[in-house]
Write a new protein. Structure first.
Length: 351
């Protein structure tokens, strides 16, 4: 009896009146052929225009055909499904395009010599030299910023979720939200005015790390806060029932449970600041020499290296900039994968 009722519903019982995958592919092929014909005999032209025309035409054709065969509900469902898939393509295609083009342009110059030499003593037309000094600077500056921002941000998140009450928590959240929208150059300008000029410390990798810390803090706090909130209250109650104090419950139950999400948030913060250029121009500046001491003296970084090479405007400089951009992407990828593997190993060991 249920089958009989289903067969009476339009679009459910009659399988022949459905737009199966081969039919949709045929409609797509027909749409492409008609579009090619129109672009051949009309003033319409351009690859981007052709793609947009095909997408819109296929959406209209598929929706109209589905409405005629399957009914309004199925037609609307197929239209929304097509919109979701197009949104996915709109998000993925630019990302893949940027990565693939960077690899294509950067791999030509990226070699052992480029990774192990700096630019000291090179003339404007020399094709050798590399980014070794910039890699050292980026690693030191980002690691120092991470060492400051992650513990401090995690402590703030613990206070907000576990200890704080009343207006103070709201005030802290408000400040964090405001810091999230601060332009990166403002953070660099603040450190430049306070540390470099006000305290007469001069350019240094430490000053750059301070400016990056300002940018990392709100990301770490907000992500850690949300991950800690997701820890079930039952786990805390069970820990209290066993006699553990609150601080030990947070240390041994809450943080290990939320460690994967906290690590992801920290790595997002690292990725957020690794490519920043404006704060570094105001705090560590640009130098062709290798400076392994982040506490004094100008120190190059990969973003400022790319900025300086692009500004010189010669083909060899463009090649160096693309190779440095590829190095920067690879560095962020290695840091992220390492953090995820470490978190996964810690999770498995607790099990």
């Amino acid at each position: 009896m249920s089958a009989t009722i289903l067969e009476q519903i339009p679009g459910l019982g009659d399988d022949t009146r459905r737009l199966h995958a081969p039919v949709r592919l045929a409609l797509l092929a027909l749409t492409v052929l008609v579009s090619l014909l129109l672009f051949a005999v009309t003033p319409l032209q351009g690859q981007a225009d052709f793609v947009v025309f095909v997408v819109v035409a296929f959406a209209v054709v598929q929706t109209a055909t589905s409405f005629a065969l399957e009914g309004r509900r199925h037609a609307l469902d197929r239209l929304l499904s097509l919109g979701v898939h197009l949104a996915l393509l709109a998000a993925v295609v630019p990302l893949v395009s940027v990565l693939s083009y960077t690899v294509y342009k950067g791999v030509k110059k990226l070699d052992g010599q480029f990774l192990t030499h700096n630019l000291t003593g090179l003339g404007p037309l020399d094709t050798n030299g590399g980014e070794y000094h910039a890699i050292i600077g980026t690693l030191e500056q980002v690691l120092m910023a991470t060492a400051i921002a992650v513990p401090l941000g995690l402590l703030v998140a613990i206070y907000i979720t576990e200890y704080g009450t009343g207006w103070l928590v709201s005030a802290v959240r408000f400040v964090i939200d405001v810091m999230t929208g601060i332009p990166s150059i403002v953070a660099g300008l603040f450190i430049f005015a306070f540390w470099v000029i006000g305290l007469h410390r001069g350019y240094s990798g430490l000053a750059a790390a301070f400016s990056l810390t300002i940018l990392m803090l709100p990301v770490v706090v907000r992500s850690s806060e949300e991950m800690i909130k997701l820890v079930p209250a039952e786990l805390r109650e069970a820990s209290y029932a066993l006699g553990l104090p609150k601080w030990k419950t947070i240390l041994r139950v809450v943080l290990p449970t939320a460690s994967a999400g906290i690590t992801t948030g920290a790595m997002l913060a690292v990725a957020r600041v690794t490519g920043e250029t404006a704060p570094l121009l105001l705090t560590s500046f640009i130098t062709p020499a290798t400076n392994t001491d982040p506490l004094s003296g100008k120190q190059a970084a990969i973003p400022t290296f790319i900025f300086s090479q692009i500004g010189l405007g010669r083909p060899v400089n463009y090649d160096r900039a693309w190779a440095a951009a590829l190095t920067l992407i690879a560095l962020v990828l290695v840091l992220y994968i390492s953090a995820r593997l470490l978190t996964r190993r810690n999770t498995l060991s607790r099990r």
